[in-house]
Design a protein around this ligand. Structure first.
Ligand SMILES: [Mn+2]
Length: 307
């Protein structure tokens, strides 16, 4: 049973076992617990050979009451970022080498990225969370966030990122050694232009040529990289394929419960196109008892509630 290897800011899952992947939770504790239940089931099914990967933005949720809750944010929930991160760290301790998260732009806002003002304008949600945590726990969270990788290589040719990987030039080595600090003073607009960081967790779309070139630069040990999966930008119907290479999917934030999905990948399988990821097999409803409410596929663009 091969373990997960670490190359600086990139991690690599072995070509065996299963990998449960969830995107943007934004403090939604009930959704996090469902993802963990799916992961525990995968562990049971495989005699312990399963991994969990969250693709970032574990923290920062809306501050609206049920009455104020806007329609475009999907189903109502209460922001429980602190409980979620605490449970995540507990799970990492209990199952060493099995539980991972990538850094998202919201975690980055605590350790060198621009503060995010999606839910709280002034103070920002970055300050809001740190005030709720107090200095000691804030330091602990920052230590966790600094330890998070920015991307993952999984099994036989799957790449996982936070946002659309519009990485123009960076090499494998440059991505591995990227530093998170030093961008506090930047506007979001300036941040998007920063190589690697801006390109990996602020982008909502990437062209097929840029993505194919990045996948090639990230190849290791003779394994071709075929596809990349990511979140960041909520997709109303749960997932959206872009060409053969890209799958954007939404596990939690901005969606109705019946549309939320997570991935359960067979790491021994070579997925050569995102079309081989099928709903009900590799793309699974987070609330299967509500899945009958899903409408048939209707082409639609990603929603406007990006973060
Ligand atoms: Mn994000």
């Amino acid at each position: 049973m091969g373990g997960v290897e670490r190359y600086g800011k990139l991690i690599k899952f072995p070509p065996g076992g299963r990998l449960v992947i969830s995107t943007d939770l934004h403090g939604n504790l009930p959704d996090f617990r469902r993802v963990v239940a799916a992961f525990r089931q995968a562990l049971e099914d495989t005699d312990g050979d399963a991994y969990l990967l969250l693709t970032g933005d574990l923290v920062h949720g809306p501050c609206y009451t049920r009455e104020q809750w806007p329609e475009h944010l999907g189903d109502f929930y209460v922001d429980q970022s602190v409980e979620l991160v605490d449970e995540f760290m507990g799970l990492q301790r209990d199952l060493p080498g099995r539980v991972f998260a990538l850094i998202g732009n919201h975690e980055h806002s605590h350790i060198g990225g621009p503060h995010t003002r999606k839910f709280h304008k002034s103070p920002s949600e970055t300050e809001f969370l740190e005030a709720a945590l107090g200095p000691k726990k804030t330091a602990r969270y920052k230590e966790l966030f600094r330890s998070l990788p920015i991307g993952a290589l999984a099994g036989r040719g799957v790449v996982v990122t936070h946002g659309a990987p519009r990485v123009l030039d960076a090499s494998f080595a440059e991505i591995c050694s990227v530093e998170y600090g030093g961008h506090e003073g930047k506007s979001i607009r300036d941040m998007i232009a920063v190589p690697i960081l801006g390109e990996m967790f602020w982008c909502r779309a990437a062209g097929p040529l840029v993505v194919r070139r990045l996948l090639e630069r990230l190849e290791r040990d003779g394994q071709r990289n075929w596809i990349v999966v990511f979140g960041h930008d909520p997709v109303r119907k749960g997932y959206l394929r872009e060409g053969d290479e890209q799958l954007c999917f939404s596990t939690s934030f901005g969606l109705k419960n019946e549309k939320k999905v997570y991935l359960d990948l067979d790491l021994s399988r070579e997925y050569r196109s995102v079309r081989q990821l099928r709903f009900g097999v590799d793309i699974l409803p987070l609330y299967p008892q509500l899945a009958h409410k899903r409408r048939r596929y209707r082409p639609s663009s990603a929603s406007s509630t990006t973060d």
